[in-house]
Design a protein around this ligand. Structure first.
Ligand SMILES: Cc1cc2nc3c(=O)[nH]c(=O)nc-3n(C[C@H](O)[C@H](O)[C@H](O)COP(=O)(O)OP(=O)(O)OC[C@H]3O[C@@H](n4cnc5c(N)ncnc54)[C@H](O)[C@@H]3O)c2cc1C
Length: 156
């Protein structure tokens, strides 16, 4: 961990999607319109609403998405009730990344993967799922995959 991971950065909530009655996905960018920092699948960040509180949340966007960062947050208490009241254009702070990522470039590379998750437990896996689905040559070289042409429609 270096010092930069400890420093909160202002992040503008660009878009909010209501995924389920109690889960919203927040897309955030720096004030300069950039992704706040790089991460690997499975890593988390501390998201803060100054004056309210700070909590740890999985980064649910894939690292292959270099344009923005997303968090999927379940409304269940003090901080998350406030976060669910945010509107696009409002600001939070984010710092990170924290935690060990899934070994997507190590022992998982090129293997068949089965993802099982329930409820908000899907949050840390969404990043991995989208990472391995990203059209990169290495993931299309396993025996049952597609070495030529685009992947089938349901994998896009
Ligand atoms: C590594 C990691 C990753 C995470 N990733 C995500 C994620 O991607 N998305 C996500 O939604 N969450 C995630 N979480 C959980 C998230 O950090 C917490 O749910 C969040 O911080 C809750 O904050 P809160 O202030 O809204 O809830 P709190 O107010 O702290 O309440 C949390 C729970 O405690 C109960 N509670 C509160 N006060 C009391 C009391 N006095 N007596 C009894 N019960 C009480 C609440 O009802 C609620 O169920 C993650 C946590 C960790 C550790």
């Amino acid at each position: 961990m270096n010092n930069e991971t400890l420093i909160p950065q202002a992040a503008v909530v660009e878009e909010i999607r209501q995924d389920t009655p109690d889960v919203k996905t927040f897309r955030v960018l720096t004030r300069e319109g950039k992704k706040p920092f790089d991460h690997m699948p499975g890593q988390c960040a501390m998201v803060s609403l100054p004056g309210v509180g700070e909590g740890m949340f999985s980064i649910t966007s894939s690292p292959t998405n270099t344009a923005f960062m997303e968090f999927s947050i379940k409304k269940c208490g003090h901080l998350t009730n406030w976060l669910h009241m945010l509107e696009p254009g409002m600001e939070v702070t984010v710092r990170g990344p924290y935690g060990r990522p899934f070994p997507v470039e190590g022992e998982l590379l090129g293997r068949d993967l089965l993802f099982i998750a329930g409820g908000i437990g899907l949050a840390p896996l969404r990043s991995v799922i989208n990472y391995v689905r990203a059209p990169r040559t290495i993931w299309w070289t396993t025996p049952r995959s597609w070495t030529s042409g685009p992947p089938p429609r349901d994998l896009r």
